[in-house]
Design a binder for this molecule. Structure first.
Ligand SMILES: NC(=O)c1ccc[n+]([C@@H]2O[C@H](COP(=O)([O-])OP(=O)(O)OC[C@H]3O[C@@H](n4cnc5c(N)ncnc54)[C@H](O)[C@@H]3O)[C@@H](O)[C@H]2O)c1
Length: 269
């Protein structure tokens, strides 16, 4: 199947680490110009070097996607670098695994800003450009947590459900402009090794966020048993789905939430 991404331009938020890193590498391998938008320029520039080293084109733009002015400035720089933007991947997300009653308003605000407001900022900034060009492919990374709710991830689960509904609603509004908007819902998706994550990644060791819940091989094997395909996800699993939904091979698919989680959830009739 020809994804026809050659020469197209894709913005990947959180493109420096784990899932976003692999999405950036995959789109780059398919011939897209990749704009890696991340808080961690050191890790982002390593991904740029990998893409450029393989003959592709990429830049990293250090940006806090929770700020609308910062996203607007990043977008202007992207257009200055590569011209028309064809693909937007809203990949930034963050969670801290804890019981709801242990959470507080400061944590709620952080979760809301990173997981939801970031999407509002990019949609608001990029959609006018895509409408003007009569072309756009948008993929937002939600989560299985947003489809079924997840133990000790209540606030995050609610926000990821919001990302799915936001994407569906916008898909209905912009379909007439040849813009598709879909979500991909990963289950547990672990980096292959520590060099693949950014300094502020949920998977960075010692930050007490997600990785500390699966520290040993035995615990990993236990976690894998929750998935019908009996393994945890790897970033390439998610990147393959994103590349498809970013392409014209998926031009008649919009407003969908696709689980990529080894069968962890099976939603629908
Ligand atoms: N890994 C999983 O198990 C899993 C499961 C379900 C859903 N997801 C979702 O997939 C996406 C990627 O997850 P991941 O595991 O690769 O996460 P990660 O923490 O490894 O990577 C997130 C990236 O976003 C960047 N970032 C964080 N805040 C930012 C901000 N304000 N502005 C710009 N960049 C920022 C980080 O530097 C990092 O490069 C997230 O939306 C996450 O919620 C992940």
């Amino acid at each position: 199947m020809d994804l026809a991404l050659q020469g197209k331009t894709a913005i990947v938020t959180g493109g420096a680490s784990n899932i976003g890193r692999r999405i950036s590498l995959t789109l780059g391998r398919e011939g897209a110009n990749v704009v890696i938008v991340d808080l961690d320029p050191n890790q982002g520039n390593k991904v740029v070097q990998e893409i450029v080293g393989a003959g592709g084109k990429a830049v990293c733009i250090e940006t806090d996607v929770t700020s609308l002015p910062a996203v607007e400035a990043m977008f202007k720089q992207s257009v200055d670098s590569f011209g028309q933007v064809h693909v937007l991947v809203n990949n930034v997300g963050w969670d801290k695994v804890m019981y709801f009653l242990e959470t507080d308003p400061a944590l709620w605000d952080k979760l809301i800003n990173i997981n939801y407001r970031s999407n509002l900022n990019t949609f608001k900034t990029v959609l006018p450009h895509m409408i003007e060009n009569g072309y756009g492919r948008i993929v937002s990374i939600a989560s299985e947590a947003g489809r079924i709710g997840e133990f000790r991830e209540s606030v995050y689960s609610g926000l990821k459900a919001g990302v799915i509904a936001l994407s569906k609603s916008i898909a209905r509004e912009v379909g007439r402009h040849n813009i598709t908007v879909n979500t991909v819902c990963p289950g547990l998706t672990m980096p292959e090794d520590d060099s693949e994550v950014s300094a502020v990644s949920m998977w960075a060791k010692g930050r007490g966020e997600v990785i500390d819940f699966f520290p040993t091989e035995v615990e990993m094997a236990q976690a894998a048993k929750r998935f019908p395909l009996r393994r945890v996800g790897r970033p390439q699993d998610i990147a393959n789905a994103v590349a498809f939904l970013s392409s014209d091979a998926a031009s008649f698919i919009t407003g969908q939430a696709l689980s990529v989680s080894g069968g962890y959830t099976m939603i629908g009739s």
